[in-house]
Design a protein around this ligand. Sequence first.
Ligand SMILES: [Zn+2]
Length: 284
Amino acid sequence: MGTYPAGHIDRFVEVALSRGVAEVGFTEHLYRCIEAGPVLGRWWERDADPLLVAEMEAWVASERNLSLARYVDVVLDAKARGLPVKLGLEVDFVPGTEDAVLELLSGIPFDYLVGSVHWIGAWNFMRDSAAAEFGRRGVRRAFEQYFALETSLAGSGIVDVLAHVDVIKRAGLRPDGGGTDLYGPVVAAAVRSGTAVEVSSAGLRHQVAELFPAAAFLERFRAAGVPITLASDGHMPEDAGWGHDAVVRAARQAGYTTYLRFDARRRIETPLPVWVDEPVSPSP
Ligand SMILES: [Zn+2]
């Protein structure tokens, strides 16, 4: 789309508020911003597979049509109009670009930054065409590579929150044994760097039909004292705040009683809503 039409932000907020969400954080993708070009570089070119390289090159060319400056203006304008919004950004992790990313973002009044792994080298494992590459590479190896990157991101300390921390499971593929042995290093790295983790309903909208992170993963974060945020990862207004009840319920089931909100990169510890524990419909 490349632009933020008038009223776009307002519609996200309207829908989210109707679902019991009090505040909406916007986290545009960094890689989609023109300004990110020189900062993230052409990371895909280091991959040995020419087909994946060509695919990623075309993908980035088609998606990189946003202005970071314009995005920031639009969210700040919504704030100035009194809407309950936060200025965030989703930093797509490219190892080795941490300092350049921080430099690009310094001076912008972000409330919070989330970080995510969307690709392994030149492989965008979130695309529909990813199934064939899972087959070639092996699901176990793909998970190992993904979690190694996620561990680096978690340890980097460049973001406040890890977004969709186990998104590699999105298409519903699992290594033998589930891959739960890969959780530990991510949790430990988040503890070391003081990074929080997002509980997101987005996974419920994909084949895996499960929250990010999985219940067992979230329990590991909770046991290690890693705080959470609440997210729907809505890319369109109708998804804003979608699955909020499920997110809060999962957080409570994992033993959390609070979540974090952010203001100017400062954490605000906030009690989890209690209303979701009340029955929503009469029992049959
Ligand atoms: Zn993402």
